[in-house]
Design a protein around this ligand. Structure first.
Ligand SMILES: [Fe+2]
Ligand SMILES: [Fe+2]
Length: 386
């Protein structure tokens, strides 16, 4: 265990250039310069750089994780029989019916001075459909990332209770890949490729040798964002199959985020400032990559529009801005609970201020909130008052 000397100067953090490959967080050209180069490859290999750890201590030493494990065993569901796959999905009707889905959260009146000025109802609807397909496709790829990361955690975490829990999450994630994959294939006409920013983040998480970084990247950051994004779509969509699918996935997802928060709390409370600085940087980098991916550049390209012609306006669209902020409503309170916001002279707090998401810091963290997501419970609203 490390004792922390309160008089020691805070370690210096790397700058944006080192962490993100660009000096300005909002440098649009640099963000758009990152694209997938191997779109025709069927597989993608990443070195996972880690030792598989046996433990001979089979005692129950972390009751909170064991409780989560028991919940996971009784919370299982079956993607092929619990969802009604015969549901007819008329995607045009669904997207035009879903609140805000038609323009995917954009306000068409903002685009009168752009290349979109000739867009009518048809083009906006088409954009809404492509955006829905793209969004669900990125969920699918993220789910596969979770599947691989959780298998890795099962191997690398040194705690018995955590290995047991992580094994249940592997099954959960297999089910999530199954249901998103099937929905996209049968109801949406096939998936988009993984977004380059998302893939870069998933690669970084898988490649890191330290077991707590897998948890931080996946359970806290990626799954924290997923829980908020799924909640948003669940609340807005009237399509019954998708709504139920998301409800079921969220009941698992809340447990996964809790697994991350409960495990890392114990570890991070004992870390030195220098070790915490590396975790803060990792969390920041993950937050930015996820924000960058929501530029959804592939959708604009599919619509025959150069993203450079519209994104400067999109980024100022107040409807989208609100959605963008909401994606961080789980991540920020969870980072606060883990001590990541305020250690080292509040470095991560400052970064989240720059990103405009610090206002969620006092929302309920998922370490305590997860039971409310169980099937049969009244789930908390993703959008307050919505
Ligand atoms: Fe998942
Ligand atoms: Fe998950």
């Amino acid at each position: 265990m490390t004792t922390i000397d309160p008089h020691r100067p805070a370690p210096s953090h790397a700058d944006n250039e080192t962490l993100l490959g660009r000096a300005d967080l909002n440098d649009l050209e640099a963000i758009l310069a990152i694209t997938n180069t191997d779109v025709d490859e069927v597989t993608h290999a990443v070195k996972d750089n880690a030792d598989a750890i046996f433990t001979w201590d089979y005692s129950l030493s972390r009751p909170a994780l064991r409780k989560l494990y028991e919940k996971a065993k009784t919370g299982q569901w079956n993607g092929s029989t619990d969802l009604d796959w015969n549901t007819e999905v008329d995607i045009e009707k669904v997207v035009s019916g879903d609140q805000v889905a038609i323009a995917a959260g954009l306000d068409p009146t903002h685009y009168d001075d752009t290349v979109l000025k000739h867009w009518g109802q048809k083009e906006w609807l088409d954009y809404g459909i492509q955006n829905r397909r793209w969004t669900l496709s990125q969920f699918l790829h993220g789910e596969q990332g979770a599947l691989l990361c959780t298998a890795k955690i099962t191997e690398t975490v040194p705690w018995y209770d955590a290995k047991l829990y992580a094994a249940t999450q592997v099954v959960d994630e297999a089910r999530h890949v199954e249901v998103f994959g099937r929905y996209i294939d049968e109801k949406m006409g096939g998936a988009y490729q993984v977004n380059a920013h998302l893939r870069m983040l998933l690669d970084d998480i898988v490649a890191d040798s330290r077991w707590d970084m897998t948890y931080l990247g996946m359970q806290v950051m990626v799954e924290g964002l997923a829980l908020a994004a799924f909640g948003f779509m669940h609340q807005l969509t009237e399509e019954p199959l998708l709504k139920k699918l998301l409800r079921y996935v969220m009941s698992d997802e809340a447990r996964h985020v809790a697994f991350g928060v409960l495990s890392l709390k114990e570890v991070y409370d004992q870390m030195t400032d220098a070790e915490m600085a590396e975790r803060q940087e990792f969390a920041y980098e993950a937050a930015v990559r996820m924000r960058d991916r929501f530029m959804s550049q592939e959708v604009w390209e599919r619509m025959g529009v150069n993203p450079r012609d519209v994104l400067p306006i999109v980024l100022k669209d107040p409807t989208r801005d609100l959605f963008q902020q909401m994606l961080f409503s789980k991540i920020v309170p969870n980072c606060k609970k883990l001590g990541l916001l305020d250690r080292n002279d509040q470095w991560l707090r400052r970064r989240f201020e720059e990103m405009g998401v610090i206002q969620f810091e006092d929302w309920e963290d998922t370490g305590s909130e997860y039971a409310a997501f169980e099937l049969g419970s009244e789930m908390p609203a993703a959008i307050p008052g919505g």
